[in-house]
Design a protein around this ligand. Structure first.
Ligand code: ZN
Length: 242
């Protein structure tokens, strides 16, 4: 039997970072009912997960993008992923490039597992659309973020569930500067404030240092990427204005 999925409903993979916050805002402008799913897999720093509620609240406020549209959040514990992954996010391993050429922050197959679980949640919640903030453009080169991987997963999930889910990746071909620009286009200064003040990307979980682009240590690869994207976005804006 095929599940009854609603075209008006979307499920967003929401970690509390800049990318998934922007994706959540994107979904709120397109779908009448938007739910979120997050995964707790024993990240070394749970700051990102703690930021999720604040972001959801900010977006749900009266007059906000999510007013009347933002539905329940589903937090799925998957401790097993942390246990089977020997990576810098889950163990005390330095963040660097491993012999494989991938950063040590890479959790093998993480997005494949996330998508399988998200599809199960979407199926049960009647959401036709699944939105995730993966991106092929930026430095990291995670193979499970690639466009072909996501397209293949859509086929596999629809075969395996005998249904018609649609996976959306609005950031796939955008770099971080373009992700800031997208947030500006979607929600203007209000959304940018949420992205900068409330979303969290720093690998070290630093919420004590506030920069123009948000909170973070400023030195880890995630902070450097975000800071560089912000600066390039600001420059491109002043270029446009001039
Ligand atoms: Zn950092």
């Amino acid at each position: 039997m095929t599940a009854k999925l609603s075209d008006a409903r979307a499920l967003v993979l929401f970690s509390g970072g800049q990318d998934s916050t922007t994706c959540l805002a994107w979904a709120l402008t397109r779908f009448a009912e938007v739910e979120t799913v997050g995964f707790d897999y024993g990240q070394r720093h749970a700051v990102e997960l703690q930021c999720r509620d604040g972001i959801r609240e900010a977006l749900s406020r009266a007059g906000g993008l999510g007013e009347g549209r933002l539905g329940p959040d589903h937090l799925v514990p998957i401790e097993a992923l942390g246990r089977i992954s020997e990576t810098a996010l889950t163990r005390e391993v330095a963040i660097a490039t491993a012999e494989s050429g991938l950063p040590t922050t890479f959790v093998p197959g993480r997005n494949l597992i996330f998508l399988g679980l998200a599809a199960a949640v979407a199926y049960r919640r009647g959401c036709r659309h699944i939105v995730l903030g993966v991106c092929e453009t930026d430095y990291s080169g995670y193979p499970d973020c690639r466009d072909d991987t996501i397209k293949a997963m859509q086929v596999a999930l629809n075969l395996g569930l005998e249904t018609r889910l649609v996976l959306h990746t609005p950031l796939m071909w955008r770099d971080k500067a373009e992700t800031f620009a997208l947030a500006d286009r979607i929600g203007g200064p209000d959304l940018l404030r949420v992205v900068i003040e409330d979303s969290h990307t720093c690998y070290l979980g630093d919420r004590s240092h506030r920069h123009a682009w948000g909170y973070g240590c400023g030195g880890c690869p995630a902070c450097r990427l975000r800071a560089d994207g912000y600066e390039r976005w600001i420059r491109s804006r002043s270029g446009t204005a001039g």
